[in-house]
Design a protein around this ligand. Structure first.
Ligand SMILES: [Zn+2]
Length: 77
């Protein structure tokens, strides 16, 4: 996997519980070898936790996903 792809995907992986599986494994493998993405992953995890706590059950999951995608694009820069 490439860094750009990893950065776009892992916010979704962390944001959506049901999206685990192979994608999560692939990302975790990349993150172990890539300090840059590892730092980004840490940021994202914190961010997702914050978004979750603020939007708990209030935002439909489609909206939450959109927010997370936008945030991940910003963080990826
Ligand atoms: Zn990377």
């Amino acid at each position: 996997m490439k860094c750009k792809q990893v950065k776009e995907e892992f916010v979704l992986v962390y944001g959506e519980d049901q999206d685990g599986g192979q994608l999560r494994v692939a990302i975790q493998q990349h993150v172990t070898d890539c300090p840059d993405c590892a730092a980004q992953a840490e940021h994202t995890r914190r961010f997702v936790t914050l978004v979750r706590e603020h939007c708990r059950r209030e935002a439909p999951s489609g909206l939450r996903r959109r927010i997370l995608t936008i945030l991940s694009r910003r963080l990826g820069r």
